[in-house]
Ligand binder design. Structure first.
Ligand code: FES
Ligand SMILES: [Fe+2]
Length: 405
């Protein structure tokens, strides 16, 4: 349970909310899928932490990221012409290079060159990794070190990213990522359909072992198997929103990243990156038939219709009645909690250890930020992000999996 004040501090990101300011300043933010930006193609509107931006790929391939509103009189730069390594606003033709330099102001012929130097165009550093373009929205000239996770630099095909915008506060997304205890219940129909009985409801109550780390924490969830051995999954929480989760197939060298990026106070963008060192990631027909920026599907109905839950499917053996995809089940529960869940009204138990640890990390960080300090958990120079690796395996004794922590 949290106080109302702490819940506000954790969840609010728009305007001048400290959490939003801290995230903008100290982390690179995944903003969209690289494949959506075509050279000289349509600019994309992007909303992050309650503000509106526009992303585009210039003629030469570089990605630009500006405030959406034209600095002249606010027309959307999503409508701009994308040509000649620049965006040209269609209203009065002001032109801004992908580097963020104002290169033409045709409405100011007398002193155009001088005038251009003072146009307050807001533009931001961009970096592309893992099929995603990331942006730094902080103040000053020096972005933080990029979190170079182990999927960075993998060849195309070995890392696949999908995302979906969900009407719920970002923390609900982060908490469900790290809440291993719901797997065997909420997702039981999916897990049994892929044959993963080790996570099934027979061993609902994993024992958690949490270890603090310079990036957040890592935990092992240990499930006792009938033969006396232990099925261990070690997952990590990396600030501000990354869940580094073990792959379903325990043989593969790779993993999953799940992360909930705040669009604004009441919307999140839920991302999933799957990567594999040894072979290209297999994409199911269902995923490849859908747009990667809208996967997994949202629940199909409105709240008045219980989010489209299929009671007939439940009668026929499906546990949740959300048969679309595993992620749809997550979206249904986090949307059902309301846009920002009131954590002063919850009643937590033994299975909520990782959720509590997420909150502790984020609260500690935002409190340091409010005292004008760089949060200890954002000390990127000292963190070997490329070595954060999830594990899922069966172990005989305790000693071996403890090494994995
Ligand atoms: S509003 Fe963009 S050029 Fe005038
Ligand atoms: Fe889930």
């Amino acid at each position: 349970m949290l106080s109302r004040e702490d819940n506000e501090l954790l969840t609010r990101v728009s305007g001048d909310a400290p959490m939003g300011r801290m995230i903008r300043q100290h982390w690179w933010i995944p903003a969209g899928l690289s494949a959506q930006l075509e050279a000289d193609g349509k600019p994309r509107r992007v909303r992050l932490l309650g503000r509106n931006y526009v992303a585009f790929r210039a003629t030469g391939g570089k990605v630009g990221f500006f405030d959406e509103a034209c600095p002249h009189r606010g027309a959307s730069m999503a409508l701009a012409r994308n040509e000649d390594n620049a965006l040209r606003c269609i209203y009065h033709g002001w032109k801004f290079s992908v580097e963020g330099v104002t290169v033409a102001v045709p409405t100011q012929p007398a002193n155009e060159a001088e005038y251009c130097k003072h146009v307050p165009l807001e533009h931001y550093p961009v970096r592309e990794e893992g099929g995603i373009y990331w942006v730094w929205l902080g103040e000053g000239d020096t972005p933080p070190k990029f979190q170079n996770f182990e999927f960075c630099g993998l060849p195309p095909g070995h890392v696949v990213a999908v995302c979906q915008t969900v009407p719920a506060n970002w923390l609900q997304g982060v908490e469900t990522t790290m809440d291993s205890a719901h797997l065997g219940m909420l997702h039981q129909s999916w897990l049994s359909s892929v044959g993963d009985i080790r996570l099934s409801s027979a061993n609902m109550a994993p024992v958690y072992h949490v270890e603090q780390k310079p990036y957040g924490f890592r935990y092992a969830s240990v499930r006792a198997l009938a033969d006396g051995s232990s099925y261990v999954r070690t997952n990590s929480f990396v600030l501000p929103w990354y869940g580094v989760v073990a792959p379903g197939r325990s043989q593969s060298r790779g993993g999953n990243f799940f992360f909930a990026v705040p669009v604004d106070d009441e919307h999140l963008c839920y991302w999933n990156i799957v990567y594999d060192f040894d072979q290209p990631v297999e994409i199911t027909q269902q995923v490849s038939d859908t747009r990667p920026e809208s996967w997994p599907p949202l629940p199909p109905g409105p709240p008045e219709d219980n989010w489209g839950q299929d009671r007939e499917a439940m009668k026929n053996g499906h546990f949740t009645g959300f048969t679309q995809a595993l992620g749809t089940e997550d979206f249904a529960v986090i949307m059902s909690m309301g846009p920002i869940v009131d954590r002063s009204k919850e009643y937590l138990g033994a299975g909520d250890g990782a959720v509590l640890a997420v909150r502790r990390c984020l609260l500690a960080a935002v409190r340091e930020f409010m005292q004008n300090r760089t949060p200890a958990l954002a000390n990127h120079e000292a963190i070997p992000y490329e070595r954060i690796r999830p594990v899922a395996a069966v172990f005989d004794g305790e000693a071996r999996w403890r090494e994995m922590l």
